[in-house]
Every structure is written in structure tokens, then in C-alpha cells.
Design a protein around this ligand. Structure first.
Ligand SMILES: [Zn+2]
Length: 397
């Protein structure tokens, strides 16, 4: 089995639909370009049926992205499918991602449909998508709470209809790592035509297990992980892209897998998302938090200065945190400040740069060195106009 793990980023769809993270079109285009630079295999650009704005944005992202696949999400209904197919018409590598719920609880209370009806809708949707594009993903929403026998039946049928990726979401963040591992193993061993499709996982973090579940799935045959920058997403969020990728990178001795991610773009991507949404990550957030590479305790500092391996399992540089290469103080000019901000993922217009520069020089009078987190705070304060969460049609998955 191929050891390459595809990274499917859904920051612009699942992430964006969570409260407080809505982005406008120029912001999404900027982030999409950064995600391509980061090296994600697939960018889920939006849910085109949700609004005209979403449709237009997905279309524009399809025009500017050349290397990554651009996916549009849709339910199995005709209007949804038509809209998604139209939205990715200009993409170099288009993908249709269609979904329907498969758990009995969703069938009974949400869809009010039988398993036969759901299976028929899924197959019809995949056939329709396949008549337009080769790359078709099918998600069984709430898969982790669905009957495995029904999952085997529906996945076999959609692969037969042309699905090239089958997604097994833990939509409600309910699965435990070993339980989810068993489910992926069962699917991998019992879907007769599974060799024609990639198994994908989409885990939510309601119990803080999204990354653990994703990694267990990979160990049992999954080859695509759906995740988001900073782990944003519905409720407690999705599996965090930076955590999944750095776990694989750091523990290559145990997990012999590869990804296409340029890890040095991880920190700039995280910073760009925080800057756009005005929401930073918690200081102790793994990989990208302000304290992730900070050493306060004397014993730790001493060790790290002698040899970073004493207390660091990965280097700050490996994730693009080039903290001490440029030190910003009161003697620093606008050029150095501009370079430093770019390293941190902020690309400012001249006017904004001047405003930051004034604040930085004021601060530099009080303390000798203006540190990365000072700059991030200054930018956050300048960027604190709260955004209105737009009314959106929430989707599953
Ligand atoms: Zn989701």
C-alpha cells in the first residue's frame, strides 16, 4: 500500500462555517493561495449551494489554484450537485465532494428516509458527478455511528458508481481511537472494490481525539486526512493540520508515511488565518501556539541552549518559526520590520506598516526587544473590528 498521506484542507469550508470564522472573498482567495504554498493536496473551497457568495468564491479559487485539487461540497440533491459542478468548472483539478448521512439516527430524524433511499441517492449523486469529473469523493455523514454493514454496502455501491475517495467522518467527534481504527480496518478488509478508492477520514475534536483518531485510521489503511489550519471547524473543531502533519514528520521512526506539506509554511499559514479572522490560537496550542517553543524554566533553558534536543522534539525552524533571525528593537527600520512581519505571515500595505511601525517604536522605548508575540498583539489590536457572522447554511461532514 502506498505510504503517501493526502492532506485535504477544509479550513475554507468546515472551518469557515464555525462561529466567528467567516471570511470574505478576498480573504478566502488569499488563504487559498497560502494553502497551495503549504502544499495541501486538496483545498475544500466551500459549499456552493449555501450562498451566492460561496459559489462565486469557489469559482474564483478554482481559477487561481493550479497545483492543489479544488473541491466543492454538495448534498446528493440535484440543485446542490449542479451548483457544485458549475463552481469548479475552471479548476485545473476539480473534485466534487458529495455527502449524505448514513446513521439510523440521522435517517430517522433528519432525512426521514430508508437505507434503500439513501443508498439510491448516493449512487445517483456519484454517477452525476462522475459524468462531469473524474475525481469524486463520497462522504457517509455520521459514519462512526452508522451500522458498519450498511457502510460496506453503500461504499461498495458508490465506488462501483465511480467514487475515487470514500470518506468516513466522525461527524460528532464521538469515536475512540481503537474503535475508529477497527471501523477503518473493517471497511478496508470488507469492501470488495476498495482498491479503486482512497479511504479518507474527517474527525471532529469534541473529545479532543480528532488527531489521535486520524492517525489510528492511517495505521489501518486510510490515506487521506481531512483537517484544518489551527484545528478550526464546527463546535470543538476538526483535526488540526499542523498537529497531524508534525506527528507524522516527527515520528517517522514509527509511522513511515509521507505528506506533500512544506512544513516551513505551517506557522505563516496559522498566522495568516489568525490575522484574517482576528482569532488567535491558545498560547499552549501544539505546534503553532505562542508557547509551543518557549522555555521558561531555568533548567529547560539551560538544556535547550546547550542542545535543543534536550527539550525540543522538533525545531521551531521546521515549522517556519524563524523567531530569532531578525530581532526587532528601536534601531530596526521599516524594512526589517516588514521582513519580520512577512516571516510571521503578515503582508501589510504601506499605510498599515507605518501604523505598526509607530507602535513598535513606542514599545521598543519601553523594552529592549520587541518579540514575536508583541508584534502579534499589536496587529491583533489593530485588527479588532469584530466581524458579523454571516447567516450560513450549515452542512454536515
Ligand atoms: Zn466536519
Amino acid at each position: 500500500m502506498d505510504n503517501h498521506i493526502k492532506i485535504f484542507d477544509t479550513t475554507l469550508r468546515d472551518g469557515e462555517q464555525s462561529p466567528g470564522y467567516s471570511m470574505n472573498k478576498p480573504e478566502k482567495l488569499r488563504l487559498a493561495l497560502q494553502l497551495e504554498k503549504l502544499g495541501v493536496d486538496v483545498i475544500e473551497a466551500g459549499f456552493p449551494i449555501a450562498s451566492d457568495g460561496d459559489y462565486e468564491t469557489v469559482k474564483e479559487i478554482g481559477k487561481i489554484i493550479k497545483k492543489s485539487t479544488v473541491a466543492a461540497l454538495c448534498r446528493t440533491r440535484d440543485v446542490d450537485l449542479e451548483r457544485a459542478v458549475a463552481a469548479v468548472q475552471h479548476a485545473a483539478k476539480p473534485r466534487i465532494h458529495t455527502f449524505i448521512a448514513t446513521s439510523d439516527i440521522h435517517l430517522k430524524y433528519k432525512l426521514q428516509q430508508t437505507r434503500e433511499q439513501v443508498l439510491e441517492s448516493a449512487v445517483r449523486a456519484v454517477e452525476y458527478a462522475k459524468s462531469h469529473y473524474d475525481d469524486v469523493e463520497f462522504s457517509a455523514e455520521d459514519a462512526s455511528r452508522s451500522d458498519p454493514d450498511f457502510l460496506i454496502e453503500i461504499f461498495t455501491a458508490v465506488i462501483e458508481a465511480g467514487a475515487t475517495t470514500i470518506n468516513v467522518p466522525d461527524t460528532v467527534g464521538y469515536a475512540l481511537p481503537w474503535e475508529y481504527a477497527d471501523l477503518i480496518k473493517t471497511l478496508n478488509e470488507n469492501i470488495p472494490n476498495i482498491h479503486k478508492a482512497v479511504i479518507s477520514v474527517h474527525c471532529h475534536n469534541d473529545l479532543g481525539l480528532a488527531v489521535a483518531n486520524s492517525l489510528m485510521a492511517v495505521q489501518n489503511g486510510a490515506r487521506q486526512i481531512e483537517c484544518t489550519v489551527n484545528g478550526i471547524g464546527e463546535r470543538a473543531g476538526n483535526a488540526s493540520l499542523e498537529e497531524v502533519v508534525m506527528a507524522i514528520e516527527t515520528r517517522k521512526n514509527i509511522m513511515n508515511y509521507t505528506t506533500s506539506i512544506n512544513t516551513k509554511e505551517i506557522f505563516p499559514s496559522s498566522q495568516m488565518l489568525s490575522q484574517i479572522t482576528g482569532k488567535g490560537v491558545q498560547p499552549n496550542k501544539a505546534i503553532v501556539g505562542e508557547n509551543a517553543f518557549a522555555h521558561e524554566a531555568g533548567i529547560h533553558q539551560h538544556g535547550v541552549l546547550k542542545n535543543p534536543l534536550t527539550y525540543e522534539i522538533m525545531t521551531p525552524e521546521s515549522v517556519g518559526l524563524t523567531c530569532n533571525k531578525i530581532v526587532i528593537g528601536k534601531h530596526s527600520g521599516r524594512f526589517a520590520l516588514c521582513k519580520k512581519l512577512e516571516e510571521l505571515g503578515y503582508f501589510l500595505e504601506k499605510e498599515d506598516l507605518n501604523r505598526v511601525y509607530v507602535k513598535v517604536t513606542q514599545l521598543a522605548d519601553e523594552k529592549k526587544v520587541v518579540e514575536d508575540h508583541d508584534l502579534v498583539s499589536i496587529l491583533a489590536l489593530m485588527n479588532n473590528t469584530p466581524k458579523k457572522p454571516s447567516q450560513k447554511l450549515a452542512s454536515g461532514g
